[in-house]
Every structure is written in C-alpha cells, then in structure tokens.
Design a protein around this ligand. Structure first.
Ligand code: MG
Length: 271
C-alpha cells in the first residue's frame, strides 16, 4: 500500500532543520537524496517555518553542506504567507511586525507593506521579528485592536539556540493577545496556506506529493491534514522529544533521508 503510493510520488516538500541538516552538518543520505532529486529533475522545495531570515541564507547554508538549490526552491513561512495573502485575499497593505526579510517577501509577492504609514494598513502580518521594538509592538497592538485582519507566519513559541530557548513568533502573539484579546490566523506549517503555496510552486497534486520532516506537530500534521504522503525522519525533533502527538500518524517512518531514497528507488519513483 505505502509502496504503491510511493511509486506515484513526483513532487517533494522537504523540511530543512533536523531533516536535511542538524547544526552545521548534513544528516545521513541528505546530500545523495538532494542530488538525486536535482539530477532526475523532480520538483522539490525546501521548507522552514522561520520567517526571520532571507531565502538566500538557506540557499547558502544548503550549498555549503553540498546541497545546492535554486533560490526559487526555498519556501519560508514568510514567503508562503505573503504569497497566500496575495493569491487568496484582496489585502495588499500589511503592517509587518517582522524582519526586513519578511518585508521583502511581501514585496516580492506583490504586497505593499504599510509600515511607513500604519494608518493605511489593511491587515497585520506577524513573523519571527528579531528586531522587535516597543514602538513596533505598540503599533501592531493598536492595529490589531482596531479590528484589522490579523495573520501570523507561524506560531512556534520558542526556537532553539545554543544558550537555550528564545522567544519566537508565538511569544509575540502572546504579548498581543494579552494586550488586545485577539489571536491571529496562522499561515505557516502545518496550515493549508503553506500547502497551497508549496503545491502551486511544485505544480504537482496532493496525491503525488510527499512531505519529509522531523516534527510531528508541524511537518507530519501538514501531511496528514492535506492528504500528502508523510514521511517522518528520526534525525531531529521527533527522536529528541520522544514522539508525542500520538494522534499524528506518518505514512512512513525512516531513520534518515538515505533510507527514504532507497525506498523511493525500490518503489520506482526515483532512478
Ligand atoms: Mg525540522
């Protein structure tokens, strides 16, 4: 059953952190897997829920690790959110509580960020804002309280650093909720907007698309909700956290991307 479905796979969504690399090292089989996808011209995207950094940073990082990808193959939650707002709503002037990278993603998607004139904003888009100030947080709170449509690129509460957990987008969402009583519509993994932005770029249907990731609550939840073939790799989070979220069931669990590569070859999906 899983073999038959694997044989039909043409498009690939690949989580990056914990799936293709951990820290400064590629995980086993990741380089060969990515090289096979590139060589056989299978549409693929690399994903991250981090909306603070530019796509170029991820491309450089993967390149250094021996996994060259074009810039167009990098999909951040910021890029997916901006593309979804542009394609699925009539909103065009977000007040961006986020980094320059997120503002740039908005512009690229055809939106016109309203930060210079917040009174003209037609929505609020919150990301992982590593440059947040009291002034920007205040402006976002006032706009959210005024009733504007309110979105977030993702809702991860913390992100891991060598010194410990850092406040991520979810921490900013909490500050705004305490102040205004409102919570945003979340657009990154595992939400449908990330799926839609991904499939639009891949040009494949849900049926023939696979998601590979290391997190049950985001990557595998995205696969399960959308009906995509979901493959959990035990290289990162899931292994570390002892696999909570028991209601999420991946279609396949592998030790690392190298094992998935072998399975896909055996099923005839890859040369
Ligand atoms: Mg991950």
């Amino acid at each position: 059953m899983s073999n038959e479905r694997l044989g039909r796979i043409r498009g690939f969504l690949l989580d990056m952190d914990g799936t293709l690399y951990i820290g400064g090292e590629a995980v086993p089989g990741a380089v060969a897997f990515m090289a096979t996808l590139a060589r056989s011209r299978r549409p693929h995207l690399v994903l991250t829920n981090n909306s603070s950094a530019a796509r170029s940073r991820y491309r450089e990082r993967l390149g250094r690790l021996g996994m060259p990808v074009p810039l167009s193959a990098v999909l951040t939650s910021g890029g997916a959110s901006a593309e979804w707002l542009a394609a699925s709503t009539s909103l065009r002037r977000p007040f961006v509580l986020g980094t320059r990278a997120l503002t740039n993603e908005c512009r690229r998607a055809g939106l016109a960020p309203a930060n210079a004139a917040p009174e003209t904003a037609d929505c609020v888009l919150l990301g992982y804002d590593t440059g947040v100030t009291y002034a920007s947080l205040t402006e976002a709170c006032l706009l959210v309280a005024s009733g504007l449509p309110y979105y977030a690129t993702h809702a991860d509460r913390t992100c891991i650093s060598p010194r410990g957990l850092l406040p991520d987008a979810g921490a900013l969402i909490a500050a705004i909720e305490v102040t205004t009583g409102r919570t945003p519509i979340v657009l990154g993994k595992p939400e449908a907007s990330m799926v839609e932005a991904g499939l639009r770029r891949l040009g494949t249907s849900v049926d023939e698309t696979l998601i590979l990731g290391d997190q049950l609550d985001t990557d595998m939840m995205l696969g399960q909700r959308s009906g995509m073939f979901s493959v959990l790799t035990l290289t990162g989070e899931a292994a570390r956290r002892g696999r909570e979220y028991e209601n999420v069931r991946p279609d396949l669990t592998v030790a690392h991307p190298g094992e998935l590569l072998e399975r896909l070859r055996a099923a005839g999906a890859l040369p």
